[in-house]
Design a protein around this ligand. Structure first.
Ligand SMILES: [Zn+2]
Length: 352
């Protein structure tokens, strides 16, 4: 018996985020799927597509219209707030990511943290809220529109510099916490602005990764703070941390957010086991090796691995390389349907 699709993409994503039954597992990237090929297709390019609502919406929509994903993510980068805070930016060109010049921090300590009065009116914060309004009007009934607000840990890297911020966390944890509590207000402010613009859910990147800090760091500095975010921001939140995170996943699973977007450095079956139904999982198709360098067959194998493990939403592990081949991205939703087809015809569809 063929399986039947009974939900809209939006219903599917929101049900998966609530860990309720879905007709098929949604494909939804909480970070970015815009590529150079997609920019060419709609004539909207980096860096301008990050700075103009209309160009942004046009490029973001391709995640749904061209790739067939179940959600649209207009915030491609991690730098919009930091630009509005006054960080020095390197905007780069069409085929490269804009970045914050973290070697030139703008602040030294908690006393310096001030949210500019026009923060939400700055062109780089407005680019995303304006785009969400456009996307909501065009696609909001059928597709989930996911926004993104950076967590205080990542903002700390941007405004204090990675080295300065990590040294502070070792030398003076209390001062670091004071910074976190001030920076979190930026996360709330920008998150609420995107919810008001029409975002159905928010990605919350907060890069306390195993590549830089220990699992205990998550508990010490971020667990309670993330619980507070889950309380204050009134849409489902998707925490995003790249790199190895299995050693902190037990803590992450207690943060009361809807889901955790995890990296391919973590085995999906182990991640599902540790999460234990306390938080949903989104991920974790490898970017540099699989999506960028290999072909649809390898992509399918990784999608199946996630599906077999019971991952709640299927996605690339993080923002895809801008030169990723379209055929590999198109394979993700195809593979999900093929998996369901196989399981429906076996009569052994798992309850997900
Ligand atoms: Zn990432």
């Amino acid at each position: 018996m063929p399986f039947v699709e009974t939900m809209t993409p939006r219903e599917r994503v929101l049900a998966a985020l609530a860990r309720k039954p879905v007709d098929l597992t949604p494909v939804s990237s909480p970070t970015n799927v815009a590529t150079v090929d997609l920019m060419d297709l709609v004539d909207s390019y980096f860096p301008e597509a990050n700075r103009d609502p209309e160009l942004n919406a046009r490029l973001a929509a391709t995640g749904y219209t061209e790739l067939g994903f179940d959600s649209i993510m207009p915030y491609f980068t991690i730098i919009q707030e930091s630009s509005a805070l006054g960080c020095e930016m390197q905007w780069e060109g069409k085929d490269n990511w804009p970045t914050v010049r973290m070697s030139r921090p703008i602040w030294k300590g908690p006393q310096d943290i001030k949210i500019p009065r026009n923060f939400l009116e700055h062109r780089d914060t407005k680019a995303i809220t304006g785009s969400i309004e456009i996307l909501k009007k065009l696609y909001g009934k059928e597709v989930a529109i996911i926004g993104k607000t950076m967590g205080p840990w990542t903002l700390g890297y941007h405004v204090f510099g990675v080295e300065g911020f990590l040294l502070m966390s070792i030398d003076d944890p209390a001062r670091t916490m004071e910074c976190m509590h001030k920076l979190k207000e930026i996360s709330v402010l920008y998150g609420e602005a995107q919810i008001a613009a029409g975002a159905d859910a928010l990605t919350f990147p907060d890069h306390a990764t195993g590549d830089l800090v220990s699992g205990e760091y998550y508990k010490r500095f971020l667990l309670e703070l993330h619980q507070e975010m889950a309380e204050r921001l009134k849409v489902p939140l998707i925490l995003h941390i790249c790199g190895f995170t299995l050693d902190r996943l037990d803590y992450i699973a207690q943060n009361r957010m809807a889901a955790f977007h995890f990296d391919s450095k973590n085995d999906p079956a182990k991640a599902v086991q540790i999460a234990g139904g306390r938080i949903g999982l989104v991920g974790n198709i490898n970017n540099p090796l699989t999506l960028y360098a290999r072909g649809p067959e390898e992509v399918r194998a990784e999608v199946f691995r996630c599906m077999d493990a019971g991952v709640n939403m299927i996605a690339p592990e993080c923002a895809v390389p801008l030169a990723t081949k379209l055929e590999n991205l198109l394979e993700i939703p195809r593979a999900v349907r093929a998996w369901h087809q196989q399981h429906a015809s076996n009569g052994s569809a798992k309850k997900r």
